[in-house]
Design a protein around this ligand. Sequence first.
Ligand SMILES: Cc1cc2nc3c(=O)[nH]c(=O)nc-3n(C[C@H](O)[C@H](O)[C@H](O)COP(=O)(O)OP(=O)(O)OC[C@H]3O[C@@H](n4cnc5c(N)ncnc54)[C@H](O)[C@@H]3O)c2cc1C
Length: 380
Amino acid sequence: MESADVVIAGGGIMGCALAYQLAKRDVDVILLERETLGSQSTGRCAGGVRQQFSMPANVKLQQLSVRLFENFEAETGHPADFRQLGYLFVLTLPQQVEDFRHNMEMWHSLGLTEARWVDATEAARMVPVLNVDDVLGCTYCPTDGIASPADVTSGYASAARRRGARLKEGVEVVGIDIGGGRVQGVRTSAGDIATRVVFNCAGAWSASIGRMAGLEIPVLPYRRHIAVTGTFPGVPRSNPMTVDFQTSLYFHPEGDGVLIGMSDRTEPPGFATDVNWEFLEKMFEQAALRAPALASAGIKTAWAGLYESTPDHQAILGPVPELEGFWCAAGFSGHGFMQAPAAALLLAQLLLDHESEIDISPFAFTRFAKGSLVLERNVI
Ligand SMILES: Cc1cc2nc3c(=O)[nH]c(=O)nc-3n(C[C@H](O)[C@H](O)[C@H](O)COP(=O)(O)OP(=O)(O)OC[C@H]3O[C@@H](n4cnc5c(N)ncnc54)[C@H](O)[C@@H]3O)c2cc1C
């Protein structure tokens, strides 16, 4: 029977980043992906990377992730196409302004001193298509930006393979073997693998991996849409990622066009990923209000993928005490592309050194049983 020190279930950005960080520390690791690497949520995401969160632990995680994105090519030998265009959060309600004033104080206290307020006039200069009639203020962080999900995933995967990790595509995890109160192995569509540590990196499907081990991992799938327009010079390549916080509408330059997304907050959980064109019409109605010029931009392509949401919109990182050897790196609630680089480094440290350079206990699985949930409010 094949064996490994660690088996990773799921080959999105999280699984690939973790395979790299473990292989770099000479851990013998097998990653199993039932489709192809990065083909699910990771391959359908908008590539946004930001530090402007409401929970301090997310800000600290993201400060580390931004450093890792900046150094990605030096570290892995592959480009990340990380472009620090900044993120502009557009605020239109007094309560949002108050909340983001608190956020801004917290960001500065954590060393994110480049984040700053931008008034409506300056916002209109930064984003020429923006309608600022009802804008009360914005926050802007110039070190935020966008990166290429395909490049980052394949960069981590190649670098992990070079260090000896075995990454297998088309292999499905179908069961977890438990004995003596701990993980003993993984059953797959291609045979059994003996291991004492399993990482659940199955994104929107994490709950099903949990059920294989008799655990309830509270992650639900939610469909989210993206449309990309044809050539659109009104949103230049330097345009920041712009987020209309009230409606969740966001857009950033993508090639010569614009990538536009918005969450349908009324849609119940489900695994469907076909495009709901009626919802896309609603999205373009919102776009016409916030950035009227976008209404005339034709759709070149559109797709949908899944958010993997937890009850508090925070990731689940670390060991699950109910079952020795079962670890989670899942439930990123729509910000897993940007969080995976830091999460992977810190989880490797926690596994091998029993402590991590940034405390990730706020993301512990045990918070659900304790009922100590702190909602991440800056979710798009
Ligand atoms: C439209 C959209 C826009 C987004 N925009 C952003 C953004 O701008 N920035 C950001 O940070 N995040 C964004 N996200 C969220 C981001 O895509 C996810 O948080 C992230 O990709 C999660 O990575 P993952 O590796 O955990 O999951 P995935 O990429 O989904 O990988 C999990 C993998 O597990 C595999 N798997 C499942 N079950 C099994 C099994 N039994 N055996 C083997 N393999 C299995 C799946 O096939 C899948 O490939 C967006 C998501 C969507 C849908």
